[in-house]
Design a protein around this ligand. Sequence first.
Ligand SMILES: C[S@@+](CC[C@H](N)C(=O)[O-])C[C@H]1O[C@@H](n2cnc3c(N)ncnc32)[C@H](O)[C@@H]1O
Length: 255
Amino acid sequence: MGDSVGQKVAQTVAPDQVGNSGGSFNSAVRLMFNALAPRYDSFNHFSSLGLDYGWRRATVRSLKLTESDLVLDIATGTGDLAFATTQSARGIVGCDFAVEMIRRAHAKVRPGDGTWFHVACAECLPYCDERFQGVTSAFAMRNVKPILEDVLAEAFRVLEPGGRAAILEFSRPRMAPIRWGHSFYTRLLMPRVGRFVTGTVEPFHYLYRSIQEWYSPDEFAEILRTVGFANVRYRMMSFGTVALHTGTKPTACRL
Ligand SMILES: C[S@@+](CC[C@H](N)C(=O)[O-])C[C@H]1O[C@@H](n2cnc3c(N)ncnc32)[C@H](O)[C@@H]1O
């Protein structure tokens, strides 16, 4: 699909406006990200005020990787988290179902990076069991909320026993004054200024709504435990606007 058509649809039908049935929600998410792909990096750095670089570094550090490890970044987008991991592991595989995102990730690969990018759905990963020593995902879980348990089960399946998962996601600050400021920024200021930076406004509205509807860090930690992860912990960053959850696949899972 050409960008202009994708863009038009993305501006009129946001994923959370098509209902929550997995299929139509997924299609709308894919359309939106394919349309946003050419401006995604500026959208990302703008909406996070450039703090995303530090969040990604913290995510990589939390995996405690060794140089022999292979890592999967689920819903990698244009690959920024994958590229932030290259120095710490043997190789990184990034996958995403939006082909335009993967095209941009490919374009950033430099020789010797040890990165591979594939078009794939997070809920049906094309990798064999226990293939990776680490799994990451950044700002993607809100976008798979109707199929969250399938996506987490797939992340768990491809992780080697003893391997770690690190999941970064936006959150609603607990302290009231910070929550009001954050809400003002994400609901009112960001869409207005963001329109000038990226030429589009609907992804900013969707971002605000999806953050409001997302689980609390405690609830998400409980979901990770239900899927089978052990040692589930989280830390809040940037005044509670971002949560980094980590968990381990128990070694007792070895076949
Ligand atoms: C907000 S972006 C985050 C991209 C990247 N992880 C980052 O930190 O910049 C969410 C990504 O999730 C991808 N995505 C959403 N649902 C997906 C699914 N079911 N399977 C694979 N990718 C999905 C979108 O295409 C998009 O690239």
